[in-house]
Design a protein around this ligand. Structure first.
Ligand code: SAM
Ligand code: SF4
Ligand code: SF4
Length: 499
């Protein structure tokens, strides 16, 4: 280790550290209305860039502590070492890959000189995330700055041509919950824009004012909880119905008290409590919660090759009940949400994100219900099966698929207990799905129920040879009675086994 670390610091992270957010520059070439980093980029008497040596030492030590994902950000990270044609930035990317970071990404406003994309070290990035705040210049530019959309588009398209893995991040402002002349939410159009441009994934941040310091310096683009509640349900339903061709990471932001109480473990997700992330800034601050940016609160400071735990009341963890599943501590302090409970800003159900998936948050923290995947390529039949399952208070649909490959991917990602799937999908057969699933999950493969009219004897035998008792039923008529009957029998069987 390069830094001599206080024991409180190493004890806090234990073996849990997974991701690092390195704020390389306290400066920016834009001034976005909502910017949470406004105080840092606005004015600084001293250093605006992280010292390169410090950056290398920090990522080396954090890697040794278990981190596998690194995000380079700021401020605007493409300004890092700009006077030296970004040499420090490029060296740092290379170094992080040499250190064994599995996933290195940069979070940028996309206003950089396009030549940066041609640099071999930049090409080592696993992801470029471009931040834009609307699908058109008319929506984006009043928030992010005149001409910023056009510059972003040019660089994003060049990056796409060069084969980069590109994501988009967008803040959910009041502009995005408005509807166009055809009744489409602009938020939906934002997703459509990403799909049309061949973007791999889109991620959203919320802009609620929840009684945290940034309320006072992050503009007036926020929306009300009631407005969000409607939009969230609309988008969530579309995600569940597979209406988007790319993964959409969208924060739930709130739930009701009733729902929270049903499963506090799941809804109580908090990076401060699980010690999975770290934020390091040029001024020496080390934080955990991004809501504390722009405040004197942090967990530690680095200087002179030391990482010193903050033992004073400005330690951001002091407010937390570290071993209890509570609503988001930092947002709940003022408790001004009526029947709603604030959730972690990073709580994005079923998100396709490497650390969320590694933590198994979706799979390990359910409320004891039987977790079911439904795969069928006819929407009416799919809906009937889902409605049958939803009529039971002890079963949950955790995912939906309409193609064989998607079925397999969702089995691996979501780890359902039970699968109801059409046997012959257009792109693959049930036997192929079984073989691939068995190869990947071995004994942890789910229990399959195949919907099929006829099944030749030898094919059935092949299936049994692959999956044995993981094949539960062949269903010719997937009506409510049959589906709920199968789940009920499964429940009784599991309860009997657990006695
Ligand atoms: C602070 S920026 C730094 C990186 C880079 N300058 C950029 O804009 O992508 C990181 C991300 O935070 C988002 N962001 C800015 N202000 C925010 C706020 N008040 N709440 C939530 N996210 C915010 C930005 O849109 C961006 O996606
Ligand atoms: S580009 Fe990023 S850092 Fe710069 S003002 Fe906008 S959100 Fe803030
Ligand atoms: S936003 Fe809330 S729940 Fe998330 S890390 Fe911060 S304090 Fe924890």
């Amino acid at each position: 280790m390069y830094f001599k670390m206080d024991k409180e610091f190493t004890d806090y992270f234990g073996k849990n550290l997974r991701q690092v957010f390195l704020y390389l520059v306290d400066d920016c070439n834009l001034r976005c209305t909502q910017c949470l980093y406004k105080l840092e980029i606005g004015f600084q008497m001293h250093k605006k860039e992280m010292d390169y040596e410090d950056a290398v030492k920090l990522i080396s030590d954090f890697r040794e502590m278990g981190a596998i994902k690194l995000t380079l950000m700021g401020g605007e990270p493409t300004l890092y070492g700009i006077k030296e044609h970004n040499k420090p930035l490029l060296d740092l990317i290379k170094k992080s890959k040499e250190l064994g970071y599995e996933y290195v990404r940069i979070d940028t406003n996309g206003q950089f000189d396009s030549d940066l994309l041609d640099q071999p070290e930049f090409k080592m990035l696993d992801e470029i995330t471009f931040s834009i705040d609307g699908p058109t210049p008319e929506i984006n530019d009043p928030i992010r700055g005149q001409g910023s959309f056009e510059k972003f588009l040019k660089n994003m398209r060049k990056a796409k041509e060069l084969g980069y893995n590109i994501n988009i991040t967008t803040c959910i402002s009041k502009e995005l919950i408005k509807r166009d002349e055809n009744g489409n939410l602009y938020l939906d159009r934002m997703i459509k824009f990403a799909e049309d441009e061949g973007i791999e994934k889109i991620n959203f941040h919320n802009l609620f004012k929840t009684g945290v310091p940034r309320d006072y310096f992050s503009g007036n683009l926020d929306i009300s909880i009631e407005e969000w509640s409607k939009v969230w349900k609309e988008i969530k339903t579309k995600i569940q119905n597979n209406e988007y061709s790319i993964p959409v990471r969208i924060p739930q932001s709130f739930t009701t008290k009733e729902e929270f109480d049903k499963n506090p473990r799941y809804y109580g997700y908090c990076s401060c409590k699980n010690g999975s992330r770290i934020l390091a800034h040029p001024n020496g601050m080390i934080r955990v919660c991004s809501l504390m940016i722009g405040t004197p609160y942090a967990i530690a400071r680095y200087y002179d090759n030391k990482i010193v735990w903050d033992k004073s009341p400005t330690n951001e963890l002091q407010a937390h009940k570290m071993h209890e599943d509570t609503p988001c501590t930092n947002q709940y302090k003022k408790n001004k949400f009526g029947k709603y409970i604030p959730l972690c800003v990073s709580f994005k159900p079923q998100q396709n994100e490497i650390i969320w998936k590694q933590l198994g948050w979706e799979t390990n923290n359910q409320d004891g219900k039987i977790r079911i995947l439904v795969a069928y390529n006819d929407k009416t039949i799919q809906d009937d099966i889902i409605n049958s399952i939803n009529s039971l208070n002890y079963a949950n649909v955790v995912g939906i698929a309409a193609e064989g490959l998607d079925t397999y991917n969702k089995i691996i990602d979501l780890k359902p207990e039970l699968v109801f799937t059409k046997y012959n999908m257009d792109d693959t057969s049930g036997l192929d799905i079984l073989k691939k699933t068995k190869e990947k999950l071995k004994e942890d493969m789910p229990v399959f129920n195949f919907i099929v009219n006829e099944m030749p004897e030898d094919q059935l035998q092949d299936m049994m040879n692959v999956a044995g008792d993981k094949i539960n039923c062949l269903i010719t008529n997937p009506d409510k009675k049959r589906i709920t009957g199968i789940i009920k029998d499964y429940k009784e069987y599991i309860e009997f086994q657990n006695k």
